[in-house]
Design a binder for this molecule. Structure first.
Ligand code: UDP
Length: 359
């Protein structure tokens, strides 16, 4: 049995879906503040159709609730954990740093203590390229060895947890009770499951691909964004960056590829190993290239407004993903940007209010 914290969230729910399709039983721990119980309900329907079927349970609660987590780990006989649950808005982390350190660092410590008490054997942690901060030009594409110097509390809150996990893993090795640890640093994640069950439903939505597509559908208001005319526009944050078209460059990996990497890593992970990998496709797209892709996929024109830079946005971030390919053979299978965007578009079109649509 595997524990998936944050399994009702965007990436977590796709990971749960992938694990279930692999025949693995899952217990999800999610406080449902930003996750969606309906995503788990939809997955339960999928499970019910499969034979022989794995099991899926949802426990509503906090990862920082030590007693609850220990009970869950014992009751379900959990041996492996994927830890997705976190707050992940850079801007919010600047205005509410303590909330970020509480959730992403302190509660992660409590979760780890419970995992230790229950002798969980393998841990996969969702980290982020935000731990690299603003790498110098000679460190792009970014390898795992790139110096980690975050430029916001979000990046720090994740980096502290990386450190805790590595120290804990070293201690377990020294004590002759080795644990397998994977730290996966995500770049930008986009798209949705191509069968069309799950999607990306953030509230408020701030990520580029969903915001562009929702502006075309006029549904930004349903996702905590502006309603009316303002909601039908997309503001490009900064057009004076030192990049070919002046807008920021990011590495967009399809969510199904991203979760595939988790399963591949989990399979490869042996006791005593620490594995750290960047997850991206290894090439960057500018904001204008994303807008162009959305226009190709939808056949619609984006109402583009040019605005000032968003604080904390580095000009270019994209991964050097060769390490994970060399060591365990994973690489992104969907490298066509339009295909990534198309999967997102299909879901948003059919779910104009996300998981609230028609439920
Ligand atoms: N972006 C933008 N307008 C928006 C949302 C995002 O221009 O409404 C830009 C943002 O400044 C960044 C890129 O799109 O350069 C990706 O932003 P996103 O929030 O999706 O991911 P991040 O890279 O911040 O994790």
């Amino acid at each position: 049995m595997i524990l998936v914290t944050g399994g009702a969230g965007y990436i977590g729910s796709h990971a749960v879906q992938r694990l279930l399709r692999d025949g693995q039983s899952v217990v999800v721990l999610d406080n449902l503040h930003r996750g969606h119980a309906s995503a788990i309900e939809l997955l339960k329907h999928e499970v019910a159709k499969g034979k022989p079927s794995p099991t899926l349970a949802l426990v509503e609660g906090e990862i920082g609730d030590y007693d609850l987590v220990l009970d869950v780990l014992k009751e379900y006989g959990v041996r492996e954990a994927m830890h997705f649950a976190a707050l992940a808005y850079v801007g919010e982390s600047v205005t509410r740093p303590l909330v970020y350190y509480r959730n992403n660092t302190a509660s992660a410590l409590s979760l780890l203590e419970a995992c230790d008490a229950a002798a969980v054997e393998r841990i996969v942690f969702s980290s982020t390229c935000a731990t690299y901060g603003e790498p110098s030009a000679d460190q792009i594409p970014i390898p795992e060895s790139c110096v980690q110097r975050p430029i916001n509390p979000y990046g720090w809150s994740k980096l502290h947890t990386e450190r805790m996990l590595l120290d804990y893993s070293a201690q377990r090795r020294n004590a002759g009770r080795p644990v397998g640890l994977a730290i996966l640093r995500y770049f930008n994640v986009a798209g949705s499951d191509r069968v069309g069950v799950l999607g990306e439903h953030h509230h408020p939505e701030t990520h580029l691909v969903p915001v562009v597509l929702q502006s075309l559908l006029g549904t930004r208001g349903n996702f905590g964004g502006p309603a009316g005319e303002e909601g039908r526009a997309l503001t490009v944050f900064g057009t004076d960056y030192p990049t070919p078209d002046g807008t920021c460059i990011r590495d967009y990996v399809h969510v199904e590829d991203l979760v595939d990497a988790h399963l591949a890593v989990l399979r490869a992970l042996r006791p005593g190993e620490d594995r750290i990998y960047n997850l991206g496709i290894g090439r960057g797209y500018s904001v204008r290239e994303i807008i162009a892709s959305c226009e190709r996929v939808t056949g619609l024109r984006v109402n583009v407004k040019e605005g000032p830079r968003r604080p904390g946005d580095p000009p270019a971030l994209y991964a050097d993903p060769t390490k994970i390919h060399r060591e365990i053979g994973w690489r992104a299978s969907i490298t066509d940007l339009d295909e990534i965007v198309r999967s997102a578009w299909e879901w948003f079109r059919k779910h104009p209010a996300g998981y609230q649509t028609g439920l």
